[in-house]
Design a protein around this ligand. Structure first.
Ligand SMILES: Cc1cc2nc3c(=O)[nH]c(=O)nc-3n(C[C@H](O)[C@H](O)[C@H](O)COP(=O)(O)OP(=O)(O)OC[C@H]3O[C@@H](n4cnc5c(N)ncnc54)[C@H](O)[C@@H]3O)c2cc1C
Length: 460
């Protein structure tokens, strides 16, 4: 049995694992990265990138269909899924190649194979023991289903949904969270009849209710059907379709059922429990420095309870590398991680919801700025709004602790919004900054002008 020694052995080469590897190598540490499938993980191959390529194709389809409304003679002749898939796969392939080059150029030892965590300083791959001073667990997540709902045939998860060779005519999307809302949006733009079934009272239920309500209004306008507060009782599939039963007594017939009820931590079968790693409902329990209960064993990404987002994985991977290298980085504030749902219209937020802010600060003041007053949003023909949540009562200066936005392309505004939250900016700080006209970033600027008591393009 061969043995290799490294400063760091990382199990899993997704967003969390590879970011940790790249930063550790940059800091002069020797790194072995173990990956059983493809470097880049879920985000690059089955998540963020392919879904956003589909969403861009959907946006182009909408533009072609709606061109007449702005005097551009156009129509949508159809969706060629082979063409869409080849565009999507091309984007993924280019990024994959780039990432492989990056990892090899940083001198990281890349081991292909399924790794098993066998001791606090060791991982075993195909009978080979790889030892390191530190081990980072980064095995990611998998799509969950519900008891009795077997994935296969017409019942799919996001993974199969990314490789469809035709657009389904009727789809039921189980789950109105980020992944469900994004696929519903794509399929509607591609011409499908879509119904979302969500057990909680609202779509995108983890967002501020303001965002959920605006999204629901926009989806209604797009004729994306949704049923909230309703649970699935079962699904039967046959040659011609799938029949979905609901606890409201209704039955929905469709060509496809997408199960998008969340993602579970991929922590079973890799030796974690046997080696003594403390788990909670399958997630790896860590402290705020991402240390597990075992000495010199860290965990990053989707296996750590919290937001399951690629950029959180990147940030945690970088954090752990820097911590191990002795740079003592400050812990990550989970609320400061930007969140974007890339459906049409987009939902973007950072910081606390109004409800969470009230719980933390007692008194809060909120302000809503309607995109109707924003020139660029009117040019894009989008509706929506920006909502700010400020700590403290009206008229009292306090930091903006939540920014919540709905509208086409508002995901691009989250860069500024996250600076506002993470730098504890006040309305007055932001109101003093000049926003280029006509951009959608002006909506953020104007919202802060209004919050600072000097509204410009705002009625009422
Ligand atoms: C449809 C979809 C859309 C998404 N869209 C977005 C988005 O727009 N923005 C965003 O921020 N996030 C998005 N996400 C979430 C994002 O993909 C994840 O948060 C991110 O990939 C988590 O990174 P990770 O490193 O924890 O895990 P992963 O990326 O899942 O990587 C884990 C890696 O570990 C490997 N592995 C597992 N077990 C072993 C083993 N025993 N040995 C060796 N290797 C192993 C796996 O093969 C995998 O490559 C999306 C996810 C999905 C499913």
């Amino acid at each position: 049995m061969a043995e290799r020694d490294a400063d760091l052995v990382i199990l899993g080469g997704g967003s969390g694992g590879y970011a940790c590897a790249l930063r550790a190598a940059e800091l002069g540490l020797s790194v072995t990265l173990v990956e059983q499938d493809k470097l880049g993980g879920t985000c690059l191959h089955y998540g963020c990138i392919p879904t956003k390529a589909l969403l861009h194709a959907a946006e182009v389809a909408d533009a072609a269909r709606d061109g007449d409304a702005i005097g551009v003679k156009s129509s949508l002749a159809g969706i060629d899924m082979a063409g869409v898939n080849s565009y999507k796969d091309g984007v993924v392939a280019r990024l994959y190649k780039g990432l492989q080059g990056l990892v090899s150029s940083r001198g990281i030892t890349y081991v292909e194979g399924s790794g098993r965590f066998v001791a606090p300083n060791a991982v075993e791959v195909d009978g080979q023991r790889i030892t390191g001073r530190h081990v980072v667990l980064a095995t990611g997540s998998y799509p969950r289903s519900l008891p009795g709902l077997d994935i296969g045939g017409r019942i799919v998860t996001s993974e199969q949904a990314l490789t469809l060779d035709e657009v389904p005519e009727r789809v039921v999307v189980l789950g109105g969270g980020v992944i469900g809302a994004e696929f519903a949006s794509v399929w509607r733009s591609f011409g499908a009849d879509v119904t979302i079934v969500e057990a909680l009272p609202h779509l995108v239920p983890s967002e501020d209710e303001f965002c959920s309500k605006l999204l629901e209004r926009a989806f209604r306008k797009r004729r994306i059907m949704f049923k909230t507060g309703v649970k699935l009782t079962g699904a039967q599939q046959g040659e011609r379709g799938v029949s979905v039963g609901l606890d409201s007594g209704e039955q929905l017939d469709a060509d496809l059922l997408l199960v998008a009820v969340g993602r579970g931590p991929n922590t079973a079968g890799h030796g974690y429990e046997e080696a003594g790693v403390t788990l909670d409902r399958g997630f790896v329990v860590t402290d705020d420095r991402l240390r597990t209960n075992l000495p010199d064993v860290h965990a990053v990404g989707d296996i750590v309870p919290g937001l399951q987002l690629a950029h959180r994985g990147f940030a945690q991977g970088i954090f752990v590398a820097e911590d191990i290298a002795g740079l003592a980085p400050p812990p990550i504030d989970e609320a400061g991680i930007p969140r974007v749902t890339y459906c049409e219209p987009e939902v973007a937020s950072v910081g606390l919801t109004e409800a969470a802010a009230r719980e933390r600060y007692g008194e809060v003041h909120t302000l809503t700025y309607d995109l109707a007053g924003n020139g660029k949003s009117q040019i894009l023909r989008t509706s929506g709004a920006v909502k700010l949540v400020k700590a403290g009562a009206e008229g009292v200066t306090g930091p903006v602790v939540g920014v919540h936005m709905v509208g086409a392309r508002v995901g691009e505004l989250i860069g500024e919004a996250q600076l506002i939250y993470n730098w504890d900016a006040t309305a007055e700080d932001v109101a003093a900054l000049i926003h280029a006209h006509p951009t959608q970033t002006e909506a953020l600027g104007e919202a802060h002008l209004a919050l600072a008591g000097k509204p410009l393009h705002a009625h009422g």
